[in-house]
Design a protein around this ligand. Structure first.
Ligand SMILES: *[C@@H]1O[C@H](CO)[C@@H](O)[C@H](O)[C@H]1NC(C)=O
Ligand SMILES: *[C@@H]1O[C@H](CO)[C@@H](O)[C@H](O)[C@H]1NC(C)=O
Length: 298
C-alpha cells in the first residue's frame, strides 16, 4: 500500500514538473488530397502534430474538408492522441483558397473559447488571408488565457502585412482586454521577401511591446536558409511564461532520421515551436478563464 502511494506521488511529481504547454506552427505546403493519399507523408504529419498541445496548421487546400479530418483520425489511431480542431473559412483573394486550422488537446484542459472575426475592421482587407484569431484557455498553463493570431502572409506582400499587424494587435487587445497575444505563422519574414533594409519600416519588429524569439538568420525551411516562420509575443506575462530556449524550428528530420528528399515531401517548412510554463499550483486553477468577452461578427 505504502509503496503504491509512494510510486504514485513520484509519478505525479515527475509529470507536473515536466509538463509545459507545447505550441507549434506548421505550414504543411499544399495540404490536400494528394498528401492525404500519401501514407508516408500522413504518417509523419501525424507523428509531428501529436507532439503539440496546440498547433496552427497553414496551407490547407482542399475543396472538401476530408484531408484534414483524415489526418485527425490518423493522429488518433496511430499516435493514440485525440486532437480537437478549429478550422477557418477558406481564405484568399484569388481562386487559390487556403484554410487555417488549430489542432489542440482538449483532454489536457485546453479549450478554444472565442474567434475574432470582424471584417468591418479596416485592417481586414490588408491581408491576402486575414489572420485566424482564436482565444484559448488552459487550466494548467501559467498564462491560462491567451490569444493566437495565426497568419500565412502573401510572400510578395510580406512587408505590408507585417506593417498591418500592430492594428490587428491593437483591435484584439482592446476588444478582448488582453495583452496575452501570440502572432504566429509563416510570415515570410526574411530573405528576399523582407530584406535587411526593410526592417526599419516595419514598426512591430522594433516595438518594445513585442518579443520575437526567432530572429533573422535562423532557418525554418527545408531548402533555403530563411526565418520565414515566426512567433511575435505580446505582453510581459506571456514572455515570462515561455520556457527558456524552448522557441525555435523543430528539425524533425534529425529526430526521425529522414533524408532531405523525404523531409521535402512532407513540407518545405519545418514547424516552429515553443513551450509555456505550467502554473505554480500545478494545474489547479479555478477562475482564470471565466471572463469571456465575445466579439464574433463577420
Ligand atoms: C481588463 O484587464 C485588467 C487586467 O487583467 C483588469 O484589471 C480589468 O478589470 C479589465 N477590464 C475590463 C473592462 O474587463
Ligand atoms: C535537417 O534539416 C536541417 C535544416 O535544413 C539541416 O541543416 C540538417 O542537416 C538536416 N539534418 C539531417 C540529419 O538531415
Amino acid at each position: 500500500m505504502r509503496a503504491t502511494v509512494l510510486l504514485w506521488s513520484v509519478v505525479c511529481v515527475t509529470w507536473s514538473a515536466a509538463w509545459a504547454l507545447k505550441l507549434g506552427s506548421f505550414n504543411i505546403q499544399v495540404f490536400g488530397e494528394r498528401k492525404a493519399a500519401d501514407k508516408f507523408v500522413m504518417s509523419y504529419l501525424a507523428k509531428i502534430l501529436a507532439g503539440y498541445d496546440i498547433v496552427l496548421i497553414m496551407e490547407i487546400r482542399d475543396k472538401t474538408d476530408d484531408s484534414i479530418y483524415k489526418l485527425i483520425r490518423l493522429i488518433k489511431t496511430q499516435e493514440n492522441v485525440e486532437m480537437v480542431m478549429k478550422l477557418s473559412d477558406r481564405e484568399g483573394r484569388t481562386d487559390s483558397k487556403e484554410q487555417y486550422a488549430y489542432l489542440y488537446r482538449a483532454d489536457r484542459g485546453i479549450s478554444a473559447i472565442d474567434v475574432y472575426k470582424d471584417n468591418s475592421q479596416s485592417w481586414w482587407k490588408l491581408f491576402e488571408r486575414p489572420p485566424y484569431i482564436v482565444r484559448f484557455c488552459s487550466d494548467k498553463a501559467e498564462v491560462g488565457d491567451f490569444t493566437l493570431v495565426g497568419l500565412h502572409s502573401k510572400p510578395l506582400s510580406a512587408v505590408q502585412e507585417l506593417q498591418a499587424l500592430p492594428q490587428v494587435y491593437n483591435s484584439v487587445s482592446k476588444d478582448w482586454n488582453t495583452t496575452n497575444i501570440v502572432i504566429l505563422g509563416d510570415l515570410n519574414a526574411d530573405c528576399h521577401y523582407v530584406s535587411k533594409n526593410k526592417w526599419k519600416v516595419i514598426p512591430i519588429r522594433n516595438d518594445k511591446r513585442f518579443w520575437w524569439p526567432i530572429v533573422e538568420g535562423e532557418d525554418t525551411t527545408v531548402e533555403s536558409n530563411c526565418a520565414y516562420d515566426r512567433f511575435i509575443i505580446g505582453g510581459k506575462a506571456l514572455k515570462n511564461a515561455v520556457v527558456t530556449k524552448s522557441p525555435g524550428p523543430y528539425y524533425y528530420n534529425i529526430t526521425y532520421g529522414l533524408k532531405h528528399q523525404q523531409t521535402l515531401e512532407i513540407s518545405d517548412h519545418f514547424p516552429i515551436q515553443l513551450q509555456m510554463q505550467q502554473n505554480k499550483n500545478k494545474g489547479r486553477r479555478t477562475s482564470q478563464c471565466s471572463g469571456r468577452a465575445t466579439r464574433h461578427r463577420g
